[in-house]
Design a protein around this ligand. Structure first.
Ligand code: IMP
Ligand code: MG
Length: 169
């Protein structure tokens, strides 16, 4: 059976994450930093379920592909539109796999002196990790299979699916 997370399960878990985050950021405004493109669906749902005000900004990084995976080289293709100094920044990512992408983005944004910096990932594939990176909030821990839907793509396809499913060969 292919691994699958239903639309209902996703929505329930995103609500739980939003409640937890809302509690932790009570009285503060969050700057949600979405990592394009995969995170945009999750970010849009999360943002509307938060009980604290938020602003949104996006950045895009190059995918490093199979060959460069071990070098850990990630490049910024699109930077944030606004400075984040003194802001409470929450990086929103679709999936944590090797950890190279988030590790790079985290270090980069840390240098800009935000008031606080945390990460939320909808999906975590711990078995594929190459660098030690611990996200602050995790939606689901998933097996090391290739997943599509709810923002996640395979060559730009399937992002529109309201559920997440394993891409079968
Ligand atoms: P990593 O943690 O640096 O390996 O990279 C995570 C990024 O790889 C995510 O932002 C996704 O764009 C992509 N990725 C990793 N696993 C999957 C998957 O199962 N489906 C779709 N994209 C994935
Ligand atoms: Mg991504």
């Amino acid at each position: 059976m292919a691994f699958r997370i239903s639309e209902e399960e996703i929505q329930r878990r995103v609500s739980e994450l939003a409640d937890e985050i809302s509690k932790d950021y009570e009285g503060k405004e969050i700057v949600l930093v979405g990592v394009l493109k995969g995170a945009f669906v999750f970010l849009a749902d999360l943002m509307r379920k938060l009980k604290v005000p938020s602003r949104v900004d996006f950045l895009a990084v190059s995918s490093y592909g199979k060959f460069t995976e071990t070098t850990g080289q990630v490049k910024i293709i699109k930077d944030l539109d606004h400075p984040i100094e003194h802001e409470h920044v929450l990086i929103v990512e679709d999936i944590l796999d090797t950890g190279l992408t988030l590790n790079y983005i985290y270090s980069l944004l840390r240098k800009r002196n935000p008031a606080s910096l945390k990460t939320v990932v909808l999906l975590d594939k711990p078995e594929k990790r190459l660098v030690d990176f611990k996200p602050d909030y995790v939606g689901f821990t998933v097996p090391p299979v290739f997943l599509v839907g709810y923002g996640l793509d395979a060559a730009e396809k399937y992002r529109y699916l309201p559920y997440i499913t394993e891409l079968e060969k």
